[in-house]
Design a protein around this ligand. Structure first.
Ligand code: GLC
Length: 703
C-alpha cells in the first residue's frame, strides 16, 4: 500500500541487499552474548529487552538507555545505518507500576488508563524503550487463564474504550516525540478463547462471535492509529493466528486499512511446525510472511531461511519488500532515523515522579471493587484496635501483578507501613502473617482485616489455574477467624475473579483489590479508613464455582432460559444458575437510586436519548458508574441478552439528584448478521440504565 512519505523508504529499500531486508524482519532478545557483527551487518531490525515469557516474576533485568544505546551504536555501524527499534513489555507501568489492566478496566475510567499509559511511555522512553507490547486487548471469558489479568475483561465495548485511550496514551499524536512510544495491540486474535483457559491451546470462535466480541477492541486500536499488532499463539479454528492471511492481511489491512507492522509472539513463527501447519522452519517462515506477519520475534527462522527461499524462488520478493516497508515506515514515524539514541540523563528526571505516584494511587483507589459491606462496617471508624492478618501484610512487589520487569520493590512502601500511616488517630493496628497468631490476637481486637488472595506468580503467561478458589490454606484461615465472631473485612489481592463464594458469605465486608501496583497499599488504606470511597465495578463476571466457566453477562438466551417456566432448562443439578456477582457490579459507601427512565423516541431514527435520574440517598458523596445496556429482541442470528453500550462515572454529593443521559446511535446496534454482513436490523429493543448487568430501569424502542 503506497504511502504519503514512503518515497524515502522505497529509495532506501532499493539500496538494500536481500540479507539486509531480511535482517529488518528479525527481532532478538537483548543479551550480552549477542554477536556485534550481527548488528554491524544489519542482521537485526529490533531488540526485545524483556528476558522472556515469564517476565514480571523476577525473570528479567530492567531496561535502560545505556543498554539500548550500546546496541544502537553497533547497528549504526552497518552499511545503511538503519536504527534498531527497542521493544519491551510495558504493560501497566514501567518504574511507576499501575494496577493490572483488569483492575484498570474495573475503574471504568478509560481516561485514567490513557494517563497511566502516557506516564509509562515517558518512563520507558527515558530508559531506551521505543515500543511496548501493549495494550493487551484479549476478551477473556475464562478466569482460569492466567492472562485474564492483562486484559480488560469480558466486554468488547469497555475493552474498546480502554484500547483507544491506552493507544493514545502510549503514542500521543506523534510517537516521534521523545516521551512517546509505539503501542502494540495484542494478541491478535482470540487468544482468550484458548481451550480450558490454558495458554497455547487451540480455540474455536464462530465468525459472528469473532466479529462482534473479539475483534472490536483491535478495530478500535487500529482506528486510534496503533503502530503495531502482535499475532497470538492460538490455533484459531484450525489456523494458527501467526499464519492466518485472512486475519492478518484481508481483515487487518484490507478491511481496516492498518498500515503498521505485525510482529509474531515469542517464537510463534517456528511453532507453526509444532502446530503441524508447516513442514519445517523454511516452510513456516514462508507461510507467516505470506500471511502478513512482518517481524519474527526471536525464533530466528526468518533470518535463517528466507534468503534461501528467495533464491529458490519460493518467496515473493514483493511480499518481502512490503514487510520491510511497513517496518521502516514505523521506524520513520517514530523518529528513529533522526533520533536513534536516548539521553541517559532522562531516567533520573523522567521516572518515579511524585505526580506519577499520585496518579498510581488514584488509579488503584478507583479500580478496587467493594463486593460486600454488611452493616456498613467499612469504612473502619471508631475501632480502637484492629488486627491486619494474612500473607500480604508485608507486600511490596507482590502488589505489582504480572508483567512488571521494571517495577522495583524498593520503590514501594510496605503494606503494613502504608496502613499505619493512614490509620485514624487513636486506632492501633496489629499485624501478623501466622494464622495461629491471628487467632490468638483476634480475641484482643475490635475488628479484623484479613488480607488474602493470589501472589502475582499465578498471573500472566503460563500461569493458569484449574481451581478458582482461594489458594491452598486460605479458606480455612478465613473460616477460623470468622468463627471467632469479630467483625471481619476481607481484602482480596488477585489477578482474576476468584470463586470466593464461601468467603463472601462469611465476611462482613469484602474489598477486591486485584494487584493494585506501586501505590496499592496506600490506596487500600484510604478506602479501608474512609479517606476515599470505592467506585470500581467488575469488568468480568465473578463465578460461583470453577465448573460454571465460561460464564459471562452478554450470553445468548437459549431456547430454555433459566427464567422460563420449564422443568428442563439450562442449569446444573448442584448449583444455582447465576454468577456469584455480575459484570458491572460494585458497591460504594453511599447508596444510589435510579428513577424516571426516559427514552426520547419510540422509534430510533439516527439516534435517541436514554436518561434516568440518579440520586445519592446516602450520607456520603460517592461515584456511581451508570451503565447503559441494550438487548436486540429478535435478530437474523441470536442476540445477547444484554450488551453494554455506554457508561458514565458520576459523582454525586449526599442528597444530590442528577439526570444522566446517553445518546444511542443506530450504528451502536450493528452486528454480524446471518448473511455475514455488518449492520442493523429493524425490530424491538429493550434498553436499561443500570447499576450492573443484571438489574436496572428498563425501557424499550423500535428500530
Ligand atoms: C510473550 C507474550 C507476549 C509478550 C512477548 C514478549 O510470550 O505472549 O505477550 O509481549 O512474549 O515478552
Amino acid at each position: 500500500m503506497p504511502h504519503e512519505n514512503d518515497s524515502t523508504i522505497n529509495e532506501l529499500i532499493s539500496q538494500m541487499t536481500p540479507e539486509e531486508k531480511i535482517g529488518q524482519l528479525n527481532q532478538f532478545s537483548a543479551s550480552p552474548d549477542l554477536h556485534p557483527d550481527l548488528l554491524r551487518q544489519g542482521g537485526l531490525g529490533s531488540l526485545l529487552n524483556a528476558s522472556g515469557a515469564l517476565t514480571g516474576q523476577g525473570f528479567s533485568d530492567s531496561g535502560n538507555a545505556e543498554i539500548s544505546n550500546h546496541f544502537q551504536k553497533l547497528a549504526l555501524e552497518s552499511r545503511l545505518k538503519i536504527p534498531l527499534i527497542f521493544g519491551r513489555d510495558v504493560i501497566h507501568g514501567f518504574r511507576t507500576v499501575f494496577p493490572i489492566p483488569l483492575a484498570q478496566a474495573a475503574s471504568f475510567n478509560p481516561e485514567l488508563a490513557g494517563e497511566a499509559a502516557s506516564v509509562a511511555a515517558r518512563e520507558a522512553s527515558a530508559c531506551g524503550i521505543k515500543w511496548t507490547f501493549a495494550p493487551m486487548l484479549d476478551i477473556a471469558r475464562d478466569p482460569r487463564w492466567g492472562r485474564v489479568a492483562e486484559g480488560n475483561g469480558e466486554d468488547p465495548y469497555l475493552g474498546s474504550q480502554i484500547a483507544v485511550a491506552t493507544v493514545k496514551g502510549f503514542q500521543g499524536d506523534d510517537y516521534a516525540a521523545p516521551d512517546k512510544i509505539i503501542a502494540c495491540a495484542k494478541h491478535y486474535v482470540g487468544y482468550g478463547a484458548s481451550e480450558g483457559g490454558r495458554d497455547y491451546e487451540n480455540g474455536e470462535i464462530s465468525e459472528p462471535t469473532l466479529r462482534d466480541v473479539y475483534l472490536p477492541p483491535f478495530f478500535a486500536a487500529v482506528k486510534a492509529g496503533v503502530g503495531t499488532i502482535m499475532s497470538a499463539f492460538i490455533d484459531l479454528n484450525g489456523m494458527p493466528a501467526t499464519a492466518d492471511r485472512r486475519l492478518l492481511t484481508d481483515v487487518l489491512r484490507g478491511e481496516w486499512g492498518f498500515d503498521g507492522f505485525v510482529v509474531s509472539d515469542w517464537e510463534s513463527v517456528r511453532e507453526l511446525t509444532y502446530h503441524g501447519i508447516a513442514e519445517d522452519d523454511a516452510h513456516a517462515a514462508r507461510l507467516a510472511l505470506h500471511a502478513g506477519l512482518d517481524m519474527d520475534m526471536v525464533s530466528g527462522v526468518y533470518l535463517n531461511t528466507l534468503g534461501e527461499s528467495l533464491q529458490q524462488g519460493k518467496l515473493s520478493a514483493v511480499e518481502l519488500d512490503e514487510a520491510v516497508c511497513r517496518i521502516l515506515r514505523i521506524k520513520q514515524r517514530a523518529g528513529l532515523f533522526e533520533q536513534p539514541f536516548t539521553d541517559p540523563a532522562r531516567e533520573a528526571r523522567d521516572t518515579l515522579r511524585p505526580e506519577d505516584r499520585e496518579l498510581a494511587r488514584q488509579f488503584a483507589r478507583e479500580s478496587m471493587v467493594l463486593l460486600k459491606n454488611e452493616g456498613s462496617l467499612l469504612p473502619l471508624q471508631g475501632f480502637q484496635r484492629i488486627l491486619v492478618a494474612g500473607n500480604f501484610i508485608h507486600a511490596r512487589s507482590e502488589l505489582f501483578g504480572a508483567w512488571t520487569p521494571d517495577g522495583r520493590a524498593e520503590d514501594v512502601t510496605p503494606f503494613d507501613e502504608a496502613l499505619r500511616q493512614l490509620a485514624p488517630k487513636g486506632t492501633e493496628l496489629w499485624f501478623t502473617e501466622a494464622p495461629d497468631m491471628a487467632l490468638h490476637m483476634a480475641h484482643q481486637v475490635d475488628a479484623v482485616v484479613l488480607v488474602v488472595g493470589e501472589h502475582p506468580i499465578r498471573s500472566g503467561e503460563n500461569c493458569n489455574v484449574s481451581d478458582l478458589g482461594l489458594p491452598p490454606g486460605q479458606a480455612e484461615f478465613v473460616e477460623a477467624v470468622v468463627s471467632l465472631g469479630k467483625p471481619v473485612v476481607l481484602v482480596v489481592f488477585a489477578g482474576r475473579p476468584l470463586a470466593i463464594t464461601r468467603q463472601l458469605a462469611q465476611a462482613d465486608a469484602v474489598l477486591y483489590a486485584w494487584h493494585p501496583g506501586s501505590e496499592g497499599a496506600a490506596a487500600l488504606g484510604e478506602l479501608l479508613f474512609g479517606q476515599a470511597s470505592p467506585s470500581g465495578r467488575l469488568p468480568i463476571t465473578m463465578p460461583r464455582a470453577t465448573g460454571q466457566v465460561p460464564i459471562y453477562y452478554n450470553s445468548k438466551n437459549s431456547g430454555r432460559p433459566i427464567n422460563r417456566d420449564a422443568l428442563f432448562r439450562t442449569r446444573y443439578q448442584d448449583l444455582i444458575p447465576k454468577p456469584l456477582l455480575p459484570f458491572g457490579y460494585g458497591l460504594t459507601y453511599t447508596n444510589f437510586e435510579y428513577a424516571n427512565l426516559k427514552v426520547s423516541q419510540e422509534t430510533l431514527r439516527g439516534s435517541l436519548e436514554v436518561s434516568a435520574e440518579i440520586s445519592n440517598t446516602g450520607s456520603r458523596a460517592g461515584v456511581e458508574v451508570v451503565q447503559l445496556y441494550v438487548r436486540d429482541l429478535v435478530g437474523s442470528l441470536t442476540r445477547p441478552i444484554r450488551e453494554l453500550k455506554g457508561f458514565q462515572r458520576t459523582e454525586l454529593q449526599s442528597g444530590e439528584t442528577r439526570r444522566v443521559s446517553f445518546t444511542l446511535r443506530e450504528e451502536d446496534l450493528a452486528f454480524t448478521r446471518a448473511d455475514g454482513t455488518w449492520g442493523v436490523e429493524s425490530g424491538k429493543f429493550h434498553v436499561w440504565i443500570a447499576q450492573d448487568s443484571q438489574c436496572g430501569l428498563q425501557g424499550e424502542f423500535r428500530l
